[in-house]
Design a protein around this ligand. Structure first.
Ligand code: ADP
Ligand code: MG
Ligand code: ZN
Length: 281
């Protein structure tokens, strides 16, 4: 129960133990959203995928593993809320459309409190969000990863049974070694990359609707092909969506079917069998 093929593949006995799932949780698919650096829209993509998967009738959770820069609760209109507990388990907060969220943001007395947690404390928080949180049955648990491909991200991958990774990049990342780092990390953890999304790829002219590639022609296809990973979509810079995220209104504001290929890739992940009581009710 404590180990699975991922843990073994990630280094066998010498690898740190994965945290155990409690018996009130059953995540059928665990999908991590990763970026080479911060500020590229990782959380925005995580939130967008969650909203679309929920619209399709799935039970969706978001584990906000960006402990020091949590932004999922705000996007989903949960600012100022606090996670409650039942027995010794935490309960995720639930958004308007039923998306469950656990985040360091929901455990702080003040949303604006600086989070100065380091290494072991961050690992402890991830353990709380996985092992000590009553998620119930979930079709998808999306993990908003810490930015970058350093130790913190590594710890999260070693701790959670991630089934697949969605990589989010900016146009600038595509011309640097940042995508390589993400691909190497996925290889090292032996977790498949579902594909890559280019965020802030272009703008749409408000007058004629033409796509303007402000950073030059996209390198996405070329780079994805170079690493043998799928292209899951390109997103424009959309100031109205940024405003909606700030206002906690991503569920209302997100256009329909924004990332169809990314959703298809999530749906293609083989689900784990459910064991939670009442799941088929
Ligand atoms: N496609 C987009 N168009 C407009 N604004 C965006 C887009 N993607 C992200 N943003 C905004 O950019 C900022 C950084 O995005 P965020 O998802 O928080 O990045 P990350 O999680 O990678 O640090 C946020 O204010 C977000 O609303
Ligand atoms: Mg973020
Ligand atoms: Zn125009």
């Amino acid at each position: 129960m404590a180990t699975c093929e991922h843990a073994v593949a990630a280094g066998g006995k010498t690898a740190p133990q994965q945290f155990e799932e409690n018996n009130l949780s059953e995540a059928k698919r665990v999908i991590a959203v990763l970026s080479g650096k911060g500020g590229v829209g990782k959380s925005f993509v995580t939130g967008s995928l969650a909203v679309e998967l929920a619209r399709r009738g799935n039970k969706v959770g978001i584990l906000d593993a960006d402990i020091t820069g949590p932004s999922i609760p705000k996007m989903l209109g949960m600012s100022g809320r606090h996670a409650s507990g039942i027995g010794n388990l935490l309960l995720p907060e639930v958004s308007t459309t039923g998306i469950k969220v656990m985040s360091s943001n929901l455990l702080l007395a003040n949303e604006t409190d600086p989070v100065l947690w380091r290494g072991p404390v961050i690992a402890g928080a991830i353990r709380q969000f996985w092992s000590d949180t009553s998620w119930g049955p979930l079709d998808y648990l999306l993990v908003d990863m810490p930015p970058g491909t350093g130790d913190v991200a590594l710890t999260v991958f070693q701790s959670l049974p991630v089934d697949g990774i969605v990589v989010v990049t900016s146009p600038q990342d595509l011309v640097s070694m940042i995508v390589a780092k993400a691909v190497n990390m996925a290889d090292k953890m032996n977790v498949p990359i579902l594909g890559i999304i280019e965020n802030m790829s272009y703008i749409t002219c408000p007058d004629c609707g033409k796509k303007i590639e402000v950073f030059g022609p996209s390198k996405l296809n070329e780079v994805a092909e170079g690493y043998g990973v799928k292209v899951l979509g390109r997103l424009p810079i959309d100031p109205s969506l940024a405003l909606a995220c700030d206002a906690g209104a991503i569920e209302e504001a997100l256009p329909a079917d924004l990332l169809p290929d990314a959703i298809a890739a999530c749906e293609a992940v083989e689900p784990h069998e459910g064991e939670v009581a009442g799941e088929n009710a």
